[in-house]
Design a protein around this ligand. Structure first.
Ligand code: ADP
Length: 297
């Protein structure tokens, strides 16, 4: 399944330019869409699932414009919205059963076995009889992914799935997604949490203020930060100065002051050690440095 986003723009009626000429192409596996709040991720996700119309441009799935093939899309799409909520007092399994019937699964026996399989997959089988709205926050998110998966979709759109989850639940959710991505599906994961873009993402895009500022494999983003991330051991006085001079990513107190990690285009004025960047470093480097350089060019 190939997804192509062509010259996609969205201007809201109040004039907010949420997406500006976005072009992207990706296939099977996990695709990570990363960007700070307000970048335009949810707008793009909503257009992707045809809840919103673009102002211009289009999205093609296997060459078919989704605006004109909504029925086809409904059959292959699973969606976990950012604000997934339910007010029903249904039991957990009943909620999934209901979601299944909405996707058109008429055969009750098949539906029930699918419900059980999914409850097991997302680790909710034990609480299947609990009222869905009484589940914990993390469990509700997992129920959200289960309802997105019912009916065996081949494109799964998850918008900010780990926001508000504790670290354990976040890891658990990430594992569920990466297991899914081993199957023959396309997962589009939108997030402002850099750590959600795991090594399981084959491909990713970085959005900022409605613009696409990077697309490609996460390794390529990381490569751009190579030679620009440093470890410094600073005295308290140096630390006070460094705070104004550099983008500090992390700070650890030591006996004599602070160990800090910074991103910088130039070799720091303090004694420093260049370190191998990770995705977090690369994100800060790209957002703070490349963009500023790019804008001042
Ligand atoms: P993200 O999901 O990355 O946080 P959004 O897609 O929600 O970003 O928002 C992108 C921009 O569009 C923001 O400036 C936001 O304020 C604006 N926006 C979002 N929804 C609407 C709307 N319904 N009407 C007007 N502006 C909107």
């Amino acid at each position: 399944m190939i997804i192509e986003i062509e010259n996609l723009s969205k201007v809201y009626p109040n004039g907010n330019h949420a997406l500006k000429e976005i072009n992207l192409k990706f296939g099977r596996g996990m695709f990570g869409l990363l960007g700070p709040n307000g970048a335009g991720k949810s707008t793009l996700m909503k257009i992707m699932v045809t809840l919103l119309k673009p102002s211009s441009g289009r999205i093609l799935i296997d060459g078919k414009d989704i605006q004109y093939h909504r029925k086809l899309l409904r059959g292959i799409l699973g969606y976990l919205p950012q604000d997934f909520r339910f007010f029903s007092s249904l039991k957990t399994w009943e909620f999934l059963d209901y979601s299944g019937s909405l996707t058109g699964m008429k055969n009750r026996k098949k539906r029930m076995s699918e419900v059980d399989r999914l409850l097991d997959q997302v680790g909710l089988f034990e609480v299947r009889d609990r009222q869905a709205n009484k589940l914990s926050g993390g469990m509700k998110r997992r129920l959200g992914i289960a309802q997105a998966l019912i009916g065996n979709p081949s494109v799964i759109v998850v918008d900010e799935p780990t926001t508000g989850l504790d670290p354990d639940e976040r890891i658990r959710f990430r594992n569920i997604l990466s297991q899914l991505s081993q199957n023959n599906v396309t997962i589009i994961l939108s997030t402002h949490i850099v750590g959600d873009i795991s090594s399981t993402c084959q491909s990713m895009a970085l959005l900022n203020k409605g613009e696409l500022v990077f697309s490609g494999p996460p390794e390529n983003l990381i490569k751009k930060a190579e030679g620009h991330v440093f470890n410094l051991s600073l005295s308290p006085v140096e630390y006070e100065k460094a705070k104004d001079q550099y983008d500090i990513i992390s700070t650890i107190p030591t006996e004599n002051g602070w160990d800090v990690q910074i991103v910088s285009d130039k070799t720091p004025v303090y004694e420093s050690l260049a370190i191998t960047p990770g995705i977090e470093h690369a994100y800060v480097y790209y957002m703070e440095h490349r963009l500023q350089t790019h804008l001042s060019e």
